[in-house]
Design a binder for this molecule. Sequence first.
Ligand code: TXA
Ligand code: MG
Length: 327
Amino acid sequence: MVEHTEGNATLLLDALHNEQRALHVAAEFLRAGRLVAFPTETVYGLGARVNDPDMIRQIYSAKGRPQDNPLIVHVAHRSEIDALVEHIPGAATKMMDAFFPGPLTLVLPKSAAVPDIVTAGLPGVAVRMPDNQIARELIAAVGVPLVAPSANTSGRPSPTQAAHVLHDLHGRIAAVLDGGPCRDGLESTVVSLMHPKPVLLRPGVVTAETLAEILGEDLVPADRLHSQRPESPGMKYKHYAPNIPVIVVGPNEWREAIGENSYILCGSDIQLSLPSFPLDAPGYYHHLREAERLGYHRVVIVCTPQVQQNLALMERIRKSSNNNHGS
Ligand code: TXA
Ligand code: MG
């Protein structure tokens, strides 16, 4: 039986202290067609059953997500991938052997069993096996793979804690499964195998260098594809932006950038003479949300050499600042 929630309240299910019960209730909601957010090692995802287009439509409206932005399918076991795809290219097998479960998403030729709403009409389906036991147990308990975008309102920083999900989506979804803070804190690396060579659609914790070593060839950056339609439609939208401006400066420019009420983030390889928070990938989105919640006027990010080495983090920082209009 699914528990009744009062009005439109979103239930917080504590998987840290009562995992079995929390998983049971979350799986019941999902089986009943109601959206549940759940933890992964990257960020929290907003889950719906892959074979239920009505439920998937609810994801788009709860998030305010553009309809042309496809969703990643999450599996508990590698064997579940067979029914989702036409075939698995050799390069995909090599990457799966190395990184499934893990923060890597592969776009593969989709089978007819995958509803078009999942891929927004694209010929490839994105598949990933999360390296988070609660996530995999939830998928296994529901009995079908779960589509899951990041569980934030479209355009906002991805949620790395259950409280972030509640902030954005309270009243719009049935429940959040609280599994504590996410390990990695940035979204998965996305690689497409829909081209003659593997294409990097989104940088992530699994680096392009590591993948190139495993594959014996370099990945093609997405912006070199010269294709007519966007390969990964999500990449063109506003992203990772809090409601206050995000200003990015180099290690020698921060004095001029810092005005009243700045929330300063700085790589731990440099010590500023002002109070600042250490900037790393797992904490990045949380800091953006904290700055906003505490009423700061802007976030100033000091991009030290250590921060610049992290290409996935740098891509998110660039987008947070480009897309922010301070509204
Ligand atoms: O770490 C993650 O990947 C998290 C957790 C919850 O798994 N999910 C996530 O989902 O970041 P989302 O929807 O916020 O971002 C998915 C990205 C988007 O840029 C989307 O355009 C791309 O993956 N994508 C999804 N399906 C695709 C497809 N069939 N072809 C090309 N790109 C796809
Ligand atoms: Mg997202």
